[in-house]
Design a protein around this ligand. Structure first.
Ligand code: PLP
Length: 370
């Protein structure tokens, strides 16, 4: 099929990028020689200060990295010495899983329900074995499942972390991309930042090519991560950070976020409408923000086969199993990203998928017997 529709990529569509604004900001930012030199390991100082103020912390607690995944690598390398346990959500973002596997971490999966991770299940894991190096969680509009942890669970999670001396890495690149409802408190806010390291990124809210992500850490850990950054790449990529800072300084971020949310909401709605006409309601949970919907497949459907058949029908998507640690079993599912495709492509793509599974009535009866 000529035109493959991709639900595989969790990136903003080109028309969602603030191209003209960033181009103009770059012209201004790059006239400052500081934007073309080396920067301290913690990041371009004005941007570091802006982020620190946003989170109400001292700038020394912020490390601005070349995308937030880079921050994950620096932190995980520092924390996973030897074969230490790391608790992850199942499913979770696949790239940290690959990094943890490379580091030889003993990855402990925590199954999610519709509300995300269950703090009591976490407490049980913590009582069982050696203390983990950290918990990796994406509490808001999770990649891949779109799920969000409710406020009460957040409070309990922070309590459990305190009781057990557990370090929590809260990864939050999608939190500002909210369509419905009031924001839940950040784990960082609930904890104050002793047991919680916070990670975020401008990849999903401005442009991924800027490569700007950051960590908010306890002071001593921040100094360690900054040292690791300097010995890994000498200086962060300052030009992108300075351009982004100019974008923030001019007050363009707020209006851009409003436009982004409005455009992505239309895509989310197009995805939910299309899914509702082709699949049973139990098969997907509407996300209230972010980039993704998780589509559960009926028990009898072979997930790998479904992904291959979808590709044959002109739809790219990612198999659910990719988001689980190697040894953890998983129920058949796929991740659908609606961020990089138009509402019209979403409707056509889902219609192609609908043709690949048994008719709705058969699906419903199978689901009912699960
Ligand atoms: C949950 C999560 N964390 C981190 C990242 C990495 O983003 P960045 O571009 O900031 O490295 C992504 C990107 O898809 C993501 O989904």
């Amino acid at each position: 099929m000529a035109d493959t529709i991709s639900f595989a990529r969790g990136v903003p569509a080109p028309e969602l990028l603030p191209v003209e604004e960033l181009a103009d900001c770059a012209r201004t930012a790059l006239r400052d020689p500081a934007a073309l030199g080396y920067a301290p390991g913690g990041g371009f100082p004005p941007l570091r200060a802006w982020i620190a103020e946003r989170h109400g912390v001292e700038p020394e607690r912020v490390v601005v990295t070349n995308g937030s995944l880079q921050g994950f690598v620096l932190l995980a390398r520092r924390l996973v010495a030897g074969r230490r346990r790391v608790v992850v959500e199942a499913p979770t973002y696949d790239r940290p899983l690959a990094i943890l596997a490379e580091l030889g971490a003993d990855v402990v999966p925590l199954r999610l329900d519709d509300d995300g991770l269950d703090p009591e299940a976490l407490a049980a894991v913590l009582r069982e074995g050696p203390p983990p190096a950290f918990l990796y969680t994406i509490p808001t509009f999770q990649n891949p499942s779109g799920r969000t942890l409710p406020a009460a669970r957040r409070e309990r999670l922070v309590e459990v972390a305190r009781e057990h001396g557990l370090l929590v890495l809260e990864d939050d690149p999608y939190g500002l991309v909210r369509f419905d409802g009031e924001p839940e408190p950040l784990l960082l806010e609930l904890d104050g930042g002793e047991h919680v390291v916070y990670s975020s990124s401008f990849s999903k809210t401005a442009a991924p090519g800027l490569r700007v992500g950051y960590l908010v850490l306890p002071r001593t850990l921040a100094a360690d991560v900054e040292r690791a950054a300097v010995s890994t790449y000498l200086s962060p990529a300052v030009a992108g950070q300075a351009t982004l800072y100019e974008f923030l300084r001019r007050g363009l971020f707020g209006p851009h976020l409003r436009r982004l949310r409005a455009l992505l909401r239309v895509r989310r709605d197009a995805m939910l409408d299309a899914l509702a006409s082709a699949f049973a309601p139990e098969q997907f949970t509407p996300p209230r923000g972010g980039y993704f919907v998780w589509l559960r497949l009926p028990g009898g459907v072979d997930e790998g086969r479904f992904v291959a058949d979808a590709r044959g029908a002109g739809v790219a998507l990612v198999a659910g199993a990719d988001f689980y640690p190697a040894a953890a079993g998983s129920a058949p599912a796929v991740r659908l990203a609606y961020s990089a495709v138009s509402p019209e492509e979403i409707a056509r793509g889902v219609a192609r998928l609908a043709g690949l599974v048994p008719p709705l009535a058969a699906l419903e009866s199978r689901l009912a017997t699960r």
